[in-house]
Design a protein around this ligand. Structure first.
Ligand code: MG
Length: 159
């Protein structure tokens, strides 16, 4: 059985925070604000996976009222989501994600993001797609107020 899921997330760009996307620490003058490390790409991916399995969402699983998730490494959250899907008999077949950011230029980091996600999900990197685009200066990503990410994934029954 094959199921599809979609995830979307936004975090605000602020001074004095790291910019971590897809588990990669990216040099930039601004970083993403959040209770965890605010890795908007991995959060969208977690929600796509949880959505595919109809297992809720990342906010329900890792509430920002829980101090144990303060500054949490989102690669750990993604690993937990993948384990949860596994316990429900699912494995991820492939993922595709798009990061919406005006700056910085993300192309130098895309292959590391893909490899990080592939490693966590136990997938060949050919099953993991990460893309980046600007929104041509329009809206909150265009004005560099935040970064957004969309993700979709297919999951299949593990047996
Ligand atoms: Mg988030």
């Amino acid at each position: 059985m094959i199921r599809i899921g979609h995830g979307y997330d936004v975090h605000r760009l602020v001074e004095g925070r790291k910019l971590i996307l897809g588990g990669v620490d990216i040099p930039h003058d601004l970083g993403l604000l959040g209770h965890s490390d605010a890795d908007v790409l991995l959060h969208a991916l977690c929600d796509a996976m949880l959505g595919a399995a109809a297992l809720g969402d990342i906010g329900k699983l890792f509430p920002d009222t829980d101090e144990s998730f303060k500054d949490a490494d989102s690669t750990v959250l993604l690993r937990k989501v993948n384990l949860l899907l596994g316990r429900h008999g699912y494995r991820v077949s492939n993922v595709d994600a798009t990061v919406l950011a005006q700056a910085p230029k993300l192309s130098p980091y895309i292959s590391r993001m893909r490899q990080n996600i592939a490693n966590i999900l136990g997938l060949d990197v050919s099953r993991v797609s990460v893309k980046a685009t600007t929104e041509e200066g329009l809206g909150f990503t265009g004005e560099k107020l935040g970064i957004a990410a969309h993700a979709v994934c297919l999951i299949e029954s593990a047996d």
